[in-house]
Design a protein around this ligand. Structure first.
Ligand code: SF4
Ligand code: SF4
Length: 186
């Protein structure tokens, strides 16, 4: 499934066009010190249409969507919405994934995202043991967080058997409809 590069990118550029680089977003961002491009620098790259710089930076993946930036923005730019759209484009576009998400933290984030959605699709809710097992297998980090398992089990925080929600068929139909919608949009 491919994103619709031109229309969507143009929409994002329009959203970012109001930015006049005051820097208030970056100044308030609690994760600014961890970002390769600050929020205002990301916004500038967006205005320039330089998506390569945006996807090569770690900033999209470090952001925790706390919304401090957009609450400070004098232009009321929906910064988090823009970042969400950029992340979703990558999640939906295999070409972008091959270019930007084959290694490092982005690869793991993408993997976790896919396994999370597949888990939700199957059960209508998270079944943590399966989620963790598949993630560990596919990431190659076989024993990641394994030491936490026993204490979580003892505290009753880790279910042994999956539980499907009522109305799972309807729930899965919503998933499929969203997929169809995205395919048509792309
Ligand atoms: S939403 Fe993201 S970019 Fe904005 S302030 Fe929070 S962490 Fe920083
Ligand atoms: S606060 Fe708003 S106008 Fe200022 S740099 Fe950030 S996005 Fe641009």
């Amino acid at each position: 499934m491919q994103a619709h590069p031109h229309t969507e990118q143009d929409e994002l550029k329009v959203m970012g066009a109001k930015c006049y680089q005051c820097g208030k977003c970056s100044a308030g961002c609690p994760l600014a010190s961890q970002m390769e491009l600050s929020t205002s620098q990301m916004m500038r790259q967006l205005q320039l249409g330089n998506y390569d710089a945006i996807y090569r930076s770690n900033s999209l993946w470090v952001c925790v969507a706390c919304e401090t930036c957009q609450s400070r923005c004098p232009q009321e730019i929906k910064i988090v919405e823009i970042w969400d759209t950029l992340r979703n484009r990558l999640f939906a576009d295999k070409k972008l994934q091959r270019k930007y998400a084959t290694k490092g933290a982005v690869r793991h984030i993408l993997l976790a995202h896919k396994i999370f959605l597949s888990n939700i699709y199957t059960f209508g809710r998270i079944f943590e043991p399966m989620l963790a097992a598949i993630y560990n297998l596919r990431s190659g980090d076989l024993f990641k967080d394994a030491s936490k398992g026993p204490s979580l089990l003892v505290k009753g925080k880790l279910p042994l058997l999956p539980h499907r929600i009522n109305g799972i068929k309807e729930f899965q139909r919503i998933f499929k409809n969203v997929e169809k919608y995205r395919a048509q949009k792309g």
